[in-house]
Write a protein that binds this ligand. Structure first.
Ligand code: SF4
Length: 450
C-alpha cells in the first residue's frame, strides 16, 4: 500500500537541510509520495526507512535497467493507465532480432542499419534500443554472435534468448558489464533461471504459454527471490498481445498484482512475415503498454514512424521541452555578427537556429529561460518582459562579444521595444521578423545600426 506524504515525513530525519535539492523535508516527502523523486535523494535516511519507503512507493510496474553506459535501456516504472492521468515514464524499447544461425551478411546488414539509423528531432536523438539474440541450439555460435554484437553495437542493450541455462551463462559473460536480459524462463526451468539471474545479477525474461501460465512462471520467480524481469504472455497474434498487455497493466496498476507488475516484451516479428505489417503491429502494441517490441529487422520506413510515435507517447505533455538558457554561437559568429534573442521552448530554438544556419549569416542567438513557453505565451505570462530580457542580456556577457550593441527581438515582441530601450540604454533594439522563415532575408540585409 502506498504511503502518504505525512507517513513518509515521519521516517525522515527532518533536518530541512535542502541537500535533496528540495528546501524542506515535508516538500520532499510529498514529492516521494507522488513518485516525483526517489527516497535515495536524501543522504540522511536510515537503511531501514529506505527499504520501507522504497518498497511502499515503488511503481506498480517495476523499473528494469538493462545494459550500461551508452547501451543502457530502462523499461517500466509506469504508474498509470493513461498518459493524461500523469505521464508515461519510460519509452517502449525497439529491438532487432538476430539468430545464431543467420548468415553473416544478414547480421552485418542489421548491425550496419542499427548503427546508421539515428534521427535527430528537436534535439532528441532517436534510434533502436536493443538487440534480441536467439540461440538455435549451437552454444558456440550463440556466444560468437553475442561477442560480435557487443563489439559492433556499443549503443545496444542486449536480450539473450535461450532455454539452456549454460548457453545463456556463457553468452552473458561475453556481455561484460552490459548486463543482458536472460530470456526464456518457463514453469519447467524457472528454478535454474532464478539461480542464474541471482548469480549474474541480471534481469530475466519470463515466458508463459498464455497469461495464466505466465502468472505461474513469474510467481515462481518472485518466490525464488527474482526482482527484475520482463514478461511475455506467449501471445503471438496482435489481438492476443494487445489484450494481454491491457490486462497485465490494469492488474498491476489497479490491483497492485505483483506477478504482472513488470514491463512486457512482445514479438511482432513472430506475428507476421511482412516487415511493414510488423511495424503496424508494433505501433499498436507501443500505444498499449508494450515495454519492448522485437522486430525481425529495421528499415528507415519502418523505424522512423515508430520512433516518432515513441516520442509522441512518451514525451510528458506537462513538461515542455526546453533548451538551456545561454548564448548560442551559430556558424562561427564574431564581434560584428548580429545578436538575436528568443525563448527556450525547444521547438522555437530549433526552428530559429535552423533558419539562421540556412541564412549562412554567422549570428549570436541568445536563449532566455522562459520555462519552455513560446514567445507570446511567455510574454503574456510575465516571463519574457523587458525587465527580464534586460537582466539576462546584462548578465549573459554578450556585450563583451560584439562591438555593436544591437539586439534583434522577435517581431511578436514589438510592443516592448520602448520599454527595452529604457532597460538597456546602451543597446539599440531592432524588431526582427515575426516568422522565423523570414529570418534569412532579414539577416542577409542586416547591418549594425549606425
Ligand atoms: S536531504 Fe533529507 S533531511 Fe535534508 S531536507 Fe532533504 S529530506 Fe530533509
Amino acid at each position: 500500500m502506498a504511503l502518504t506524504g505525512i507517513q513518509i515525513l515521519k521516517m525522515l530525519p527532518k533536518k530541512n537541510c535542502g541537500e535533496c535539492s528540495i528546501p524542506t523535508c515535508l516538500a520532499f516527502a510529498m514529492k516521494v509520495a507522488a513518485g516525483q523523486t526517489e527516497i535515495e535523494e536524501c543522504p540522511y535516511v536510515s537503511d531501514e526507512a529506505k527499504a520501507t519507503i522504497g518498497e511502499a512507493s515503488a511503481p506498480p510496474i517495476r523499473t528494469i535497467k538493462i545494459g550500461s553506459g551508452e547501451a543502457e535501456f530502462v523499461s517500466g516504472g509506469e504508474t498509470c493507465l493513461f498518459r493524461h492521468e500523469k505521464r508515461f515514464e519510460n519509452q517502449t524499447g525497439i529491438a532487432i532480432l538476430m539468430s545464431a544461425d543467420e548468415d553473416a551478411a544478414s547480421i552485418d546488414g542489421k548491425i550496419e542499419r542499427f548503427n546508421a539509423m539515428v534521427y535527430e528531432r528537436v534535439g532528441v536523438y532517436m534510434r533502436a534500443n536493443l538487440v534480441a539474440l536467439k540461440d538455435t541450439g549451437d552454444a558456440g555460435a550463440f556466444t560468437a554472435l553475442t561477442e560480435k554484437v557487443i563489439e559492433k553495437l556499443p549503443k545496444a542493450a542486449v536480450i539473450l534468448m535461450s532455454e539452456n541455462v549454460d548457453t545463456l551463462k556463457a553468452a552473458a559473460q561475453a556481455c561484460g558489464d552490459r548486463t543482458p536480459i536472460l530470456y526464456g524462463a518457463t514453469t519447467e526451468n524457472s528454478a535454474a533461471f532464478a539461480d542464474l539471474a541471482k548469480e549474474l545479477n541480471a534481469p530475466l525474461g519470463a515466458k508463459g504459454k498464455n497469461l495464466d501460465d505466465l502468472v505461474e512462471v513469474s510467481g515462481k520467480l518472485l518466490e525464488a527471490g527474482v526482482k527484475d524481469m520482463v514478461i511475455d504472455t506467449g501471445a503471438r497474434t496482435m489481438r492476443g498481445a494487445l489484450e494481454d498487455n491491457i490486462v497485465a497493466r490494469r492488474s498491476a496498476v489497479k490491483e497492485k498484482y505483483k506477478p504482472l507488475g513488470f514491463p512486457t516484451i512482445t514479438f511482432p516479428c513472430e506475428m507476421t512475415d511482412d516487415l511493414m505489417m510488423e511495424a503496424m503491429i508494433a505501433s499498436i502494441l507501443m500505444a498499449k503498454y508494450a515495454g519492448i517490441v522485437v522486430l525481425s529487422d529495421i528499415q528507415g520506413d519502418v523505424l522512423f514512424p515508430l520512433l516518432l510515435e515513441q516520442l509522441n507517447i512518451f514525451t510528458d505533455p506537462q513538461r515542455p521541452m526546453v533548451v538551456q538558457e545561454d548564448i548560442y554561437p551559430i556558424t562561427g559568429p564574431d564581434e560584428n555578427s548580429p545578436v538575436l534573442i528568443t525563448c527556450n521552448f525547444s521547438l522555437t530554438y530549433f526552428i530559429v537556429s535552423g533558419e539562421i544556419e540556412g541564412s549562412k549569416v554567422p549570428s549570436w542567438l541568445l536563449i532566455k529561460d522562459t520555462e519552455g513557453l513560446s514567445v507570446l505565451t511567455a510574454w503574456a505570462a510575465g516571463k519574457f518582459g523587458a525587465d527580464l530580457i534586460a537582466q539576462f542580456v546584462n548578465k549573459s556577457g554578450i556585450g563583451d562579444k560584439v562591438k555593436h550593441h544591437e539586439l534583434i527581438i522577435p517581431g511578436y515582441l514589438a510592443t516592448i521595444k520602448g520599454e527595452l530601450e529604457e532597460e538597456l540604454p546602451d543597446w539599440t533594439i531592432t524588431i526582427g521578423p515575426r516568422e522565423a522563415g523570414h529570418l534569412p532575408a532579414f539577416l542577409k540585409d542586416w547591418k549594425p545600426a549606425a
